[in-house]
Design a protein around this ligand. Structure first.
Ligand SMILES: NC(=O)c1ccc[n+]([C@@H]2O[C@H](COP(=O)([O-])OP(=O)(O)OC[C@H]3O[C@@H](n4cnc5c(N)ncnc54)[C@H](O)[C@@H]3O)[C@@H](O)[C@H]2O)c1
Ligand SMILES: O=C(O)C(=O)C[C@@H](O)[C@H](O)[C@H](O)COP(=O)(O)O
Ligand SMILES: [Zn+2]
Length: 381
């Protein structure tokens, strides 16, 4: 179980993974401690005291946060370089990774050079993949700046890029040395991006924690107006729930970690088919959860009330529960993309299906006709 400690200023969720253990520090203004936190994490990992070197990976919308990180590390005597990618899902591709490898070569990075991701999930996934692959793996740190990255992508070590046919198909497991979540960064986050993050928050309630789902239902108004207390609790509880799963099944081997993929079999197919970036990841997950819950109903594993409760909460948080233009998508293409899902085994699709609030199961042998039925219910032919 992750240990959670609290002070007046921040909360720390400690993820226990043996030699890959790390802290997730959450708080308002914690970015100010970056000049000591990162050197501490790196020095502890390598049992050294010397100043180090870092490649800061960011995108052009959040470069001001990256500059703070760079200045503070330089002040601590570190050698730094910055790699800025274009914002958005389209940056999760090989050409971007390859340019970052070039930057690491140029700066003469060594095995103790740390890659620091400052940005949303796109930057985090790409930076982590750069770190996982350079010199067979160098350390990396996550400094998330979107709600989605705070609650999900910065934790757990899944890093990677997209294949034109399938989301996140090329990647690795590479845990960060630490995660620094400054909730102040969210002040500039656009509304649509903020809501996208809320979808993954709702996911944790459905898959693991009925009381947390009820907290979200009770706090819709607070969440919609970004009440700092409600948002901070949503972030730290989400990190704690995710850390608990990752601790037990880091490499998604037992099937436990697959529950974090609730809604994603549909979501990833919709993201790839609509053109990466058209639907935000969280929006696709919101839609995917509605479809997966209906699939669970058709399998006789849950009732319509559970689906209704989820779609009501998602709707109240102004998230979509169907694709914007269902007739523009072909059902056969959705099924084809689902075959490329990483949960598919021996050609057999596996779905994460809810049975009751706070509980989901990984189910194989779901009849394809039932998947088709959910697509038809959504207006996809
Ligand atoms: N590795 C994982 O476990 C995991 C989990 C969930 C999602 N993901 C991945 O994360 C990605 C989505 O992440 P995301 O939603 O953070 O998207 P994103 O990284 O594209 O960020 C969203 C947009 O907000 C901008 N932005 C970021 N922080 C900002 C800030 N503080 N102020 C203003 N603008 C800001 C970005 O530049 C971008 O335009 C997807 O690729 C998804 O597959 C990975
Ligand atoms: O960390 C995980 O495990 C997840 O499944 C979290 C998901 O929210 C996330 O979107 C992840 O990137 C999906 O993983 P994938 O293996 O299906 O690509
Ligand atoms: Zn996700």
């Amino acid at each position: 179980m992750p240990v959670v400690t609290e002070t007046d200023h921040h909360r720390v969720v400690s993820v226990s993974l043996g030699e890959r253990s790390y802290d997730i520090v959450v708080g308002n203004g914690v970015l100010a401690s970056v000049g000591t936190a990162i050197p501490d994490w790196v020095n502890r990992r390598f049992n050294r005291t010397a100043a180090g070197s870092a490649l800061i990976v960011t995108d052009s919308n959040v470069v001001r946060h990256a500059t703070v990180v760079e200045e503070r590390l330089q002040h601590a005597g570190w050698r730094t370089a910055c790699f800025e990618m274009p914002p958005g899902e389209q940056s999760k591709r090989l050409e971007i990774i390859s340019s970052a490898w070039d930057r690491l070569v140029e700066m003469q990075a060594d095995r103790q050079t740390v890659v620091i991701a400052v940005g949303g999930g796109v930057v985090g996934d790409a930076a982590g993949f750069i770190a996982a692959t350079f010199a067979r793996g160098i350390p990396f740190v996550q400094i998330p700046t979107t709600l989605l990255a705070d609650v999900d992508s910065s934790v757990g070590g899944k890093v990677g890029i997209n294949h034109p046919q399938a989301k996140n198909l090329i990647g690795a497991f590479h845990q960060p040395l630490g995660v620094l979540i400054d909730t102040r960064a969210l002040d500039t986050l656009p509304d649509r991006e903020y809501r996208s993050g809320l979808a993954e928050v709702v996911k944790y309630g459905v898959i693991l924690d009925a009381p947390f789902f009820e907290f979200l239902e009770r706090n819709v108004t607070e969440l919609n107006c970004r009440d700092p207390h409600a948002v901070a609790y949503a972030i730290s509880r989400s990190c704690e729930l995710k850390a608990r799963v990752v601790e037990e099944d880091e490499y998604e081997l037992t099937g436990l970690r697959a529950i974090l993929n609730y809604g994603h079999t549909y979501a990833h197919a919709f993201e790839a088919l609509t053109g990466y970036g058209e639907l935000l990841h969280g929006e696709a997950v919101a839609i995917g959860m509605a479809y997966a819950s209906r699939l669970s109903e058709l399998c006789g594993r849950t009732d319509a009330a559970l689906t209704k409760r989820q779609t009501a909460l998602l709707g109240a948080l102004k998230l979509p529960t169907n694709v914007p233009n269902p007739t523009a998508i072909l059902g056969k293409d959705v099924i084809h993309r689902m075959q490329l899902d990483k949960k598919t085994l021996g050609g057999q699709l596996r779905f994460v299906l809810p049975t009751r609030l706070g509980h989901v199961e990984l189910v194989k042998n779901v009849p394809t006709e039932l998947v088709w039925q959910t697509l038809h219910q959504g207006g996809i032919e």
